[in-house]
Design a protein around this ligand. Structure first.
Ligand code: KG4
Ligand code: ZN
Length: 407
């Protein structure tokens, strides 16, 4: 990787995010990663209101940009490029980020890259600098005088950018976010083949809708995951196991709640989560008074989460059987889900032990701009001089697109 500094902007939904990333032979190092969350603003509506999000992005931008440049200790003249999410997402929200990026690109005379939001999530997996070549002593790590500018160096992850070569490809990436659920096969960097995807709701969307049905808050994913933790297994020896014929498992729980695992036994790699969400709705209609019972909520959340995890893992393993990837990777907001992270890791160990497993640092699972700069760093690296020159006119050409396709 050549030495470059990239400033990136992400406003596809309700997070205003600006990052500055240094790319070098050591890897991708985050100098600053500012995310201003609008969760409180949208919580009372139970979901993101696009025009409100856009207005907030506009308010947040000047402050965030100033903080980012100060924290990274970078002058605009030092930057090599600007990158911005140009889709998919909420168009009013995207337009703010894209127009801001175009203005900066024009004013500062820097090339501008439009990056697909999901490509960003995928490349969150490649952020990090090698702690093998450049060990940091405990004293330095604990020093109060040194600001922690990058997320913790990726642990349990042997694959750093300098050895991020053909050795780790093909990569099978399970993308799980609020808008997407896809299995993406990558034969090389920046090459994507979508081999399966949801036919209706995305898995994150299903978490959000279930949380709304249960009245437990927004965003739904963390709220459901938290309630699921409170579920008490009546039988301490019980553990979900992919080898079990899941529908036949005798769980003997307080409420005996059992949800379907949609499309789990279909041969293709597509998903469906809307029926699962409806199953939760029907369950709650049986006896609405039970919604006040914490144990009932915990059991629903646990069973719903486990149904999602079972389907996601089983489809990923089936795809791995067919495509024999060298690496399986997780990406997107739902990749913060601890059960998914852990159970997928265990399943890979058990069923396809020669495949590496790569997950993003927890701080980079949700929407952020560092992941957008990471994808741009790889794009920049692959570009010819002619293409780089073209990017100089990015401020004229890049457009926001709500349904941008990943190419
Ligand atoms: O990637 P992301 O931040 O935004 C989109 O690109 O959509 O993903 C947001 C989604 C939301 O649906 C949120 O509920 C879900 O990720 N999410 C989770 C968890 N944390 C966030 N879902 C399950 N478990 C979590 N811990
Ligand atoms: Zn996202």
């Amino acid at each position: 990787m050549s030495n470059t500094l990239i400033l990136s902007i992400e406003t596809s939904c309700d997070d205003t995010a600006i990052a500055i990333l240094r790319s070098s032979e050591k890897g991708l190092e985050i100098l600053t990663n500012q995310v201003s969350s609008q969760v409180k603003l949208h919580a009372k509506w139970g979901g993101v209101v696009p025009n409100l999000a856009a207005r907030e992005h506009l308010n947040n931008f000047p402050k965030l940009l100033k903080i980012a440049l100060e924290e990274a200790d970078i002058l605009p003249s030092q930057l090599d490029a600007i990158a911005v999410t140009n889709g998919p997402g909420l168009i009013p929200a995207l337009l703010v980020g894209v127009n801001y990026a175009k203005t900066l690109s024009y004013l500062w005379e820097k090339p501008l890259f439009g990056i697909h939001h999901i490509e960003g999530h995928i490349y969150a997996n490649f952020v990090g600098i090698s702690n093998f070549q450049f060990p940091i002593s405990k004293e330095i790590q604990n020093s109060k005088n040194i600001k922690k500018k990058s997320p913790s160096i990726i642990e349990n992850c042997e694959l750093k950018i300098e050895n991020s070569t053909s050795k780790e490809f093909p990569i099978l990436c399970l993308v799980v976010s609020g808008g997407h659920t896809q299995l993406v096969l990558m034969k090389d960097h920046l090459q994507y083949e979508i081999i399966g995807q949801t036919l209706d709701d995305a898995v994150g969307e299903a978490f959000d809708k279930v949380a709304r049905i249960l009245g437990i808050g927004y965003p739904g994913g963390p709220a459901v995951a938290l309630r699921a933790q409170n579920f008490q297994f009546p039988n301490p020896n019980f553990q979900s196991n992919l080898n079990d014929k899941i529908s036949n498992v005798q769980k003997n729980t307080s409420y005996g709640i059992k949800f379907p695992r949609p499309m789990m036994n279909k041969k293709n790699f597509d998903f469906s989560f809307s029926g699962l969400k409806t199953a939760v709705l029907y369950e709650t209609k049986k006896n609405p008074a039970l919604l006040k019972d914490k144990n009932y909520i915990a059991e629903i959340c646990h069973e719903f989460q486990q149904a999602c995890v079972d389907v996601l893992i089983s489809k990923t393993l089936k795809a791995a059987e067919l495509y024999s990837p060298k690496t399986i990777m997780l990406a997107g907001g739902v990749s913060a889900n601890r059960q998914l992270r852990e159970q997928l890791g265990q399943a890979i160990k058990q069923f396809t032990p020669n495949t590496s497993y790569k997950i993003p640092d927890i701080s980079l699972t949700g929407d952020n701009a560092a992941m957008i700069a990471a994808a741009a760093a790889f794009r920049l690296e692959k570009m010819s001089d002619v293409q780089k020159k073209k990017a100089m006119a990015g401020w004229k050409n890049i457009q926001a697109s709500a349904n941008l396709q990943m190419k």
